[in-house]
Design a protein around this ligand. Sequence first.
Ligand code: ATP
Ligand code: MG
Length: 350
Amino acid sequence: MTKKIKKSVVFFEAEGGTDKGDDGHRRDTMPMVNAVKAQGWNAEVLFYRNDKKDEIIEYAKENFDAYISRINPGNIPGGEAGYFDMLRSLSDAGLVGMPHPDVMTGYGAKDALTKLTDTDIVPVDTYAYYSLEELRKKFSISLSRGERVLKQNRGSTGEGIWRVVLADERNFEKGDKLPADTKIKCTEAVDNHVEMHELGDFIEFCNQYLVGENGMLVDMPFMPRIKEGEIRILLVGDMPIFVVHKKPAEAEDAFSATLFSGAKYRYDKPEEWAELVDLFLSTLPEITNKLGGYDLPLIWTADFMLDDDEDGGDKYVLGEMNCSCVGFTSHLDQGIQEIVADKIITTIGE
Ligand SMILES: Nc1ncnc2c1ncn2[C@@H]1O[C@H](COP(=O)(O)OP(=O)(O)OP(=O)(O)O)[C@@H](O)[C@H]1O
Ligand SMILES: [Mg+2]
């Protein structure tokens, strides 16, 4: 069977989950589908199921020129591996992947930061650990140098994201390996709750973040100016669409920019953050190159925190990027679905 002349796009979703509207779709999915159709193309949604994978692959190969993935990594039926296999076979069969699974892991995994430490937007002392042994050895030293944030890879909304600071009466030399009985104060971003621990126990507790599929921890310096807010740029390809300013709750230990933890969100235009947006756009070629040279994701975000530069001015530090299932439900009335549809069509080509 030959492909239809008119080009066709399939959107993959998963059934269920809290991100769905009354029609069973993510709230921004049908607006995108309709915007693609409005340009005379065909667009369809398929619900991914692990047990229907082979059928979906056959159907999609025959009928579509590209896929758009709209499944939250934490919500993939049957796990990430099967879904990524499917996307990979479709890309191999010639469908344009938005995004390709390697882009999802390249940009979206927390250790992307460690590939960018020689750019201006990631602190040089940002590390990734993949084993308990590495965590024991290296975190005990990095923490001696100052307050840190440990981030698990699989989390979202601040779960397993820990701010860690020394709370010991002893004075340790910077750069020394801290002993296992060092007292530490740990605050989790999910709700800013505080726990006091001994370093050795906390490290063993963190093993849960290292084991299993995509287990890893990123260790980066704590940015005290997070109190002033996290600044999220949402982009369609290389086009900044809007900026979200997320200000953590006022409580003393609060550092989390998640809604659940009480942060306040404000939506700004990219022009209001011109300095940051220009810096990020000018760093994009370097970022793309360091993350594997793939096309930029279709809809994605980059989150920044403020820091001081040597001359007392502002500096921007990248905290994470997300590209697996970024939504824009808050901006449906602003026609972002049309911008996305244009981007899909120009990427695939008429
Ligand atoms: N280096 C840092 N210094 C200060 N605060 C930080 C740092 N890294 C992260 N945070 C805070 O912790 C929050 C959660 O971290 P991060 O966004 O990396 O994790 P996440 O759980 O994957 O979140 P998301 O749901 O946004 O993907 C951030 O929104 C920010 O407020
Ligand atoms: Mg975040």
